[in-house]
Design a protein around this ligand. Structure first.
Ligand code: 73E
Length: 866
């Protein structure tokens, strides 16, 4: 009829697609048309971009499913050792483009949707990010899934199917962060498969009564049960059939279950949850945590039992990686299953557990180390708390077993956490504790320091200690960080267990998403230059070294620079479309994008911007005209309750308003805070950057992973000697990075000086004092609102801004100077990309597979797996 409009007039193709046997139509086109008709029940006319995206996604999903089924069948048949990655966060971002890349179907689908009147790039933009995480830790999990599948490793992820992703960030008139919910599932999610056949019942509350037969068992009953339902997300490997699984759990009330009181949980009020500064939001609800760890373990156990192997072989077939302490309750949960349900002896169970789990620590910041109140655990998970008490006791027993033989069995010592009902089998440790005391006479501090349970009101379980004693190995995420783990927070455990339990796996990033997908032009130039197919270097990233000689080629440098320029223009277009702001593209792009946190020192950056602004203002026009033109970008979310972080955002936004409106300087300096930072926004920002900032106080940023992403895309690094910055500099050469600031060993002493020998800022750092005074004086408005933020620097200055400011400004000046020599700069950029091979998550995941999990690649054979 007259009103019905076929998309861009491609009526013939649509009609052919609808007749399923037309030979002139590609399979892709036919499949998309078919999904429009059947899955979406829509008519081709008036189909919008979103509908076309949905149909394309469902069509791609069909391809994934074939591979997914074959992969799982192959695993079942071969029954290899498998690894499971337990993480509370998976920051997946968008899927369609990644799935097409990994399947090798990008061109087919681009052409397919084009023949139906659509542009693939527009369709990709219709997908919502899966933002089930906060930042680096969750994105790391996503990169590791990509690499596991690409390396054909039998690895599954387990996590939670949150109804809402991380909040959407809005910026108010005043420049304040506002939070809106992210109902990401609202439009249905074509990438998940509900598995109503895979469900488990998970218990909470109730009573756990020890059986007095000396077996260590207990009977846990009563309380309430909640249903865990599995949703599977397919994880395709790049250039391989292997398609792994990410299983996310949804909770559903059992009939008669009062979900409201479950969620509101009176336990919340029962104990004050300590989340000082709420720095990194870990929501300390043990019901969430156990609910999914328990479901995951039940699922893992069921799969293991299907192989028919005896339970004692569990660790030969299963490795479980704990992504930080959030899933640590898996340790007492597996103990519970083995003792109470599988009838194993306590020691046998402990042997299995401590050979199954592996723990990755992601932070040494004391306020971010999880502690759970004992009364809360006792209430919600009485049996788990009992087991934790038993571990506390057995911990010392196991550590000191050799000495037990000679210990004198007559005298009982009182140890703070000997459970009175401890079973006979575990009891020997009581005698042994005397030996501990003998070994460290008077060193009750050590016992208290190492106990899984911290004294206080209330007592709290130290989750990092529990994860450590319950795991076979413990690792940090960059060399410096791993060393700090071993010499600070877990030092006593290194003394007890020996250093061989502790290791390092430096983080990595997937070059598929973080180069090929986000920077297609650069990827194409690299393939052309190396004369390799993308697959040949994207899976062997050290091949990038082949670019080094081309740094000397003027034509290559020109191509390299032109791509950077077009990426700046792409970013500028994005800012114009989304925010209506015009960004100049003939300038250096300086980017800092990450969660807002005092230790990451976005404040140092904004104070540096203000300093630059004041300096520009003080110059005569002729002098100013010589200045390097620069656009500074910030993006990042602050935890909703993190007051100082939110103030920092407010300051950045209001400084931007003043600076961008100043006709005297805005040719030389522009500043933007891009709201609602996400994986997808990072994909536009990173390829456009000339320089990015990673400027944490030395010793505070465990690794950082965006530093790797920028460098891989030819952006240079301005940073402190911290986290993975150090290893990046080792690879690319110190002459190609801009380092500044005090080093980790100096930090403690500097903090001491701040407290005991404070020097007024005017004296210590006049340039900084001037900047602070301008803010206080109202140059950026705010009527004094910034004082609490400024006072963190004036008083105490825990993150050492007053110590590092001058060297920071000097480093920025060196960046400007280096940028003046464009050809040299591009050389640095090329050399940086060329030396980033180490930071592929393929390398990292292979280290876990070989040195931790002891698993091997299980390729899916050609042909149908029977
Ligand atoms: O340095 C980053 C690191 O690159 C670190 O801060 C981050 O993990 C990244 C990946 O290893 C991290 N996130 C958390 N702790 N460290 C965290 C803690 C509690 C809740 C959520 C995230």
């Amino acid at each position: 009829s007259g009103k019905e409009k076929w998309p861009k007039g491609e009526e013939k193709v649509w009609r052919a697609g609808m007749r399923s046997v037309d030979k002139n139509i590609s399979d892709v086109t036919r499949s998309v048309v078919n999904h429009v008709q059947t899955s979406l029940a829509r008519q081709p006319y008036n189909l919008d971009d979103f509908g076309a995206y949905q149909a394309s996604a469902l069509s791609v999903r069909d391809n994934l499913l074939v591979n997914w089924n074959e992969t799982q069948m192959n695993y079942t048949r071969k029954a290899p050792k498998r690894a499971y990655y337990l993480s509370l966060e998976f920051l997946m971002g968008r899927t369609l483009d990644n799935a097409l890349l990994n399947l090798g179907l990008k061109d087919q689908y681009k052409d397919g949707v084009k023949s139906l009147g659509f542009n693939m790039e527009d369709l990709l933009e219709k997908e919502r990010d899966a933002a089930l995480g906060n930042g680096g830790l969750g994105r790391l999990a996503a990169c590791y899934l990509d690499s596991s599948a690409s390396q054909e490793l039998p690895v599954w992820g387990y996590g939670l199917r949150y109804k809402y992703g991380i909040f959407q960030q809005l910026i108010s008139q005043d420049g304040e962060q506002l939070e809106a919910p992210d109902p990401w599932l609202e439009n249905q999610n074509p990438w998940e498969l509900p598995r109503i056949d895979v469900t488990y019942q998970i218990r909470f509350y109730g009573n756990a009564d020890r059986v007095t037969d000396g077996s260590g068992r207990a009977i846990w009953q009563g309380g309430q049960e909640v249903l865990a339902i599995a949703y599977d997300v397919m994880i395709p490997g790049y250039g391989t059939k292997t398609t792994n699984n990410l299983r996310l759990w949804e909770s559903k009330p059992k009939r008669g279950f009062d979900l409201n009181s479950f969620n509101a949980g009176n336990y919340e009020g029962a104990v004050e949850v300590s989340n000082s500064a709420d720095a990194i939001t870990s929501v300390l609800y043990p019901n969430d945590h156990t609910f999914w760890t328990a479901a995951s373990l039940a699922d893992i156990l069921r799969r293991f039992k299907n192989t028919g192997k005896p339970i004692k072989e569990f660790p030969d077939y299963i490795a479980i990686q704990l992504n930080d302490t959030h899933p640590t309750l898996a340790i007492p949960e597996l103990m519970r299953i083995l003792i109470d349900e599988e009838d194993l002896h306590w020691n046998q169970a402990w042997h299995i557990v401590t050979n199954t789990f592996f723990y990755t620590n992601h932070t040494v910041l004391p306020e971010a180390l999880e502690k759970w109140p004992v009364p809360l655990l006792e209430h919600v998970l009485p049996r788990h708390m009992q087991i934790i008490y038993d571990i506390v006791s057995a911990q010392s027993y196991i550590f000191h077993r050799p000495k037990l033989i000679s210990s004198d069995r007559t005298c009982m010592v009182s140890f703070p956490y000997v459970h009175p009902e401890l079973t006979a089998d575990v009891a020997p440790f009581r005698f042994f504790l005397q030996a501990v005391e003998k070994k460290y006479p008077g060193d009750r501090d050590r016992l208290a320091r190492m106990s899984l349970i911290e004294e206080g009101a209330p007592k709290q379980v130290r989750m990092a200690f529990l994860a450590c004693v319950g795991s076979r190995k413990v690792n940090g995420v960059a060399e410096l960080h791993s060393e700090l783990v071993q010499t600070t927070i877990l030092k006593d455990f290194v003394d007890f267990d020996g250093i061989s339990k502790f290791g390092n796996v430096t983080n990595g990033i997937t070059p598929r998403r973080w180069l090929d997908q986000c920077n297609p032009e650069l990827s194409a130039l690299i393939s052309k230059t190396l004369q390799l197919s993308p697959g040949a270097w994207l899976k062997e990233l050290t091949k990038l070294e082949g670019l080094l000689p081309y740094a000397e080629s003027k034509t290559f440098r020109a191509e390299w620079a032109a791509i950077k320029q077009r990426n700046k223009e792409r970013l500028a277009r994005h800012v114009e479309v989304t925010l209506g702001l015009k960004v100049r593209t003939d300038a250096m792009y300086d980017v800092q994008i990450k969660r807002l946190h005092e230790y990451k020192r976005q404040t140092l950056n904004i104070l540096g911007v203000i300093h630059r602004y004041l300096t520009l203002k003080s110059l005569k026009p002729a002098e100013r005209a010589k200045a390097n033109r620069k656009v500074v970008f910030f993006a990042g979310k602050a935890a909703p309750a993190y007051y100082i972080a939110k103030l920092t955002i407010r300051l950045i936004v209001n400084v931007a308003r003043v600076i961008n409106a100043d006709p005297e300087t805005n040719e030389y300096l522009q500043l933007y805070f891009l709201p609602d930072y996400s994986v997808s926004l990072a994909e536009v920002l990173i390829p456009a950057s000339d320089i990015s900032q990673h400027i944490s106080t030395a010793g505070t940023e465990a690794s950082g992973t965006s530093n790797m992403k920028f460098c891989l895309n030819g952006g240079l690094l301005l940073g402190t000697v911290d986290g993975a910055n150090i290893e990046i500099a080792e690879e690319v050469g110190e002459s190609n990075v801009f380092f500044f600031g005090h080093l980790t060993p100096a930090v403690e002493d500097l903090r001491y000086q701040h407290v005991y020998h404070p020097v007024p800022i005017e004296q210590k750092c006049p340039a900084l004092a001037q900047v602070l005074n301008q803010i206080s004086g109202g140059l950026f408005g705010g009527d004094g609102v910034y004082e609490p933020l400024l006072n963190t620097i004036r008083q105490g200055d825990y993150y050492l801004l007053t110590d590092d400011f001058d060297s920071y400004i000097a480093a920025l000046a060196m960046v400007d100077e280096a940028y003046l020599d464009k050809e040299e700069w591009i050389k640095k950029s090329i050399k940086t990309t060329a030396k980033m091979g180490k930071f592929s998550s393929d390398r990292a995941i292979n280290e876990y597979a070989e040195s931790y999990w002891n698993i091997e690649a299980i390729p899916v054979p050609d042909g149908i797996v029977a």
